[in-house]
Each structure stands twice: as C-alpha cells, then as structure tokens.
Design a binder for this molecule. Structure first.
Ligand code: ZN
Ligand code: ZN
Length: 365
C-alpha cells in the first residue's frame, strides 16, 4: 500500500516527506492508520545521528490510531480498535517476565536497530528498502506497523490525534513520579527541565499530592507553563545561577525528591545537591558525557539514586490509566501540545528548538 511518511536520510538535517510503499502485515503485525504522532526528543536525536539508527529510516514513536488489519497470529486486537503505540519489548526475557518491560534485554534490537529489516511490513521506495520499526512503530507516517506488545487498546472516547504522546514522553515523565519515585502526599519534589517530559512529571507530582513542586528550567515561558500545570515554585536556571542554592533559599533543609529530565550533568549535580537527607534522585536520560556522583554524599545523606526508563511503565495498564485521568480532567497534557500537519515537521522541530512551542504533535490528514 502507498503511505505518506517523513524520511530521515544519512547526513541530512531535515526530514523529507515522501510517498513510500508499505508491505502487508506479517503474521504477528498490526497495521495501524495513524491519527496523530507526537515529536519526542529521541526523534530529534536520531535525526541528528546520535542514536545510531540505520538510515534512511521513518522515525516517529508516539503514534496513535485505528487498527486497520492484523496478522493471523494476533489475538486480542482487531480491526477498528483504537490503539496508542509505545516502545517495544520482547515479552520473554527476565525483565519482561517480571513486568518490567522498560528494562527489556532486547530494547536496542527491538526499538533502535530495525531488527526486522526486510521482513513483511517494511517500507520501500522504488523497491529500495527504507528502515522502519523505530520503537517498534515508525509512526511519522499515515500508516504504521506495530506488534501486540507495543499496541495498547484504549477507550474510544480518547482523542486519538493527541493520545500517542502518552506512549513515550507523558508516560516517561508522569510515570517517573507516580510509578518510580512515588512521593507521598505532602512531600516536596524539584523537577529539572520542564519540557514535555518534565511537564508530565509536574502533572504526576500533582496527582501524587506533592505539596511543593519546584520547576527548574532555562526558559521563562516553560516555567510559566509549569506553574499553570501545578508547579508551586519556579527557578530560572542559567550560567550565573545555581539552582540548588536557589532551591535551598526556600527549602533550607532540601527537598524530598528530585528528578532530572535534561540529561545535563550540571542539572543532575544540582538536583542531587538540592536533596534533603534520605532524599531520592531520579534521572530519565543518560547524562551527556557521564555523571560524576559523589558517593560520600550519597552515603552520608542516605540518598537514593535511580535511573528510570519510560517511567517504569507497563504500558498496557499505565496508558489506559493515564487516559482515564486525562478524561477526568486530572492530567491535562493537551495544554502543552501544539498541532501541526506532518508536512510541517521541519518547521515544528525548529519551533520546538527555539522554545516557541513545548511539544508538537502531528495530525495526519
Ligand atoms: Zn524483554
Ligand atoms: Zn520518546
């Protein structure tokens, strides 16, 4: 079948909107007509050649849409179902068997290396193969191929055009707080970086009933948005500004929890330095250049340090829960989205990089 997709080529900084052919679903595949797909920072990193993905490739990993066809071995998902796509996992390794699919032993193979290259359901252009299966989906296209492991059936009153963002950034940020750190009601949390993931963490902290939610960012407009979504304090970071000291001016004893969403080693250092004794620090991406942690401080202050992948989410239960919260008005993630057409993808990436929008979502025509 013919599809319309955004293709990333080796050495190119812009995506190219093209017509591709997509093969028929294999026996375990789910063909999804994409209604919308969010733009996540990992797409931008992959486009820039920082994820090691093979090219040319169709990126996009926050798709949602309607199931069009399923392979003969697919059970429990049928044409017409509404699905949110998420990261893929194998379902059989020790991590998956223990309900920790975000830590699947085959994460890289299933999400970043197009291990299915050449199998049924692959993109081609003029009979040349184009890589796909990015995060098990490649949904910067009007159709995508997924598997039962990474297609989550959701309620039909959910807004499909925007629901795909739950499959990565929103579950990563909200889940880091609600699944991983689990701050009790009344506690304090500092969230470093309030882009889409950090804003989702703010929403998660509101859900948990945190009494003090401190947003830290270099962009005033993001801090403003964080406040609207429930942050109680805002700290503007910058070259001459020490956010840990700024936090301690309001909280001399430190905060109970801190979270780094930025991947900046200095932000992570400040997030640890802002903690009260027995505080917990979580980080959601690998700090560029590594992270030096003073283990004496960790020991003497009784701190916990946790890497958190995809918010520890078990997508088949967590994404429907997040949608229930959204539809009940308790997780208004729609407030930080800006809609674009897929043809505007390069403009959307530029707008986000310039801080004009928090998070683009592409609505397929
Ligand atoms: Zn696994
Ligand atoms: Zn993502």
């Amino acid at each position: 079948m013919k599809v319309h997709a955004a293709v990333a080529y080796e050495g190119q900084t812009q995506l190219s909107i093209e017509h591709l052919d997509l093969g028929d679903p294999g026996p375990d595949d789910i063909l999804v007509r994409i209604a919308g797909c969010g733009l996540c920072h990992t797409d931008v990193k992959a486009l820039a050649g920082r994820m090691g993905v093979p090219k040319p490739i169709v990126l996009g990993h926050e798709g949602a849409g309607v199931v069009e066809r399923v392979g003969e071995r697919v059970a429990g998902i049928k044409p017409g179902d509404h699905v949110v796509l998420t990261y893929d996992s194998c379902g059989v390794c020790h991590a998956c068997a223990a309900e920790n699919p975000a830590y699947c032993a085959r994460t890289t193979a299933l999400n970043f290396s197009d291990g299915r290259f050449g199998e049924p359901g692959t993109f081609t252009k003029n009979s040349e193969l184009v890589h796909g299966h990015f995060f098990g989906q490649s949904s910067f296209a009007d159709f995508a191929m997924a598997k039962p492991r990474n297609a989550v059936v959701v309620r039909k009153d959910a807004p499909l055009e925007i629901a795909g963002v739950l499959g990565c950034s929103v579950q990563t940020g909200a889940g880091a707080v609600t699944n991983a750190l689990q701050p009790p009601a009344g506690s304090s949390i500092a969230i470093f970086g309030v882009g889409p993931v950090g804003l989702s963490a703010v929403l998660g902290a509101v859900l948990r009933g945190c009494a003090q939610i401190i947003a830290v960012d270099v962009l005033p407009q993001r801090l403003e948005l964080a406040r609207k979504l429930g942050a109680t304090h805002a700290v503007l970071a910058g070259p001459d500004m020490n956010p840990a000291s700024a936090i301690r001016r309001n909280f001399p004893g430190g905060v109970n929890y801190s979270l780094d969403t930025t991947g900046r080693p200095d932000a992570a250092q400040h997030a640890i330095a802002a903690l009260a004794p027995k505080g917990s620090f979580g980080f959601l991406t690998i700090p560029a250049g590594g992270l030096q942690i003073n283990m004496s401080t960790v020991f003497l202050q009784g701190l916990s340090v946790r890497g958190i992948v995809q918010g520890d989410s078990v997508p088949h239960s967590f994404i429907p829960q997040l949608l229930d919260f959204f539809l009940a008005g308790r997780l208004p993630f729609d407030r930080f989205l800006t809609r674009y057409n897929l043809s505007q993808i390069n403009q959307a990436i530029a707008d986000q990089a310039e801080g004009k929008v928090a998070k683009p979502v592409f609505v397929m025509s």
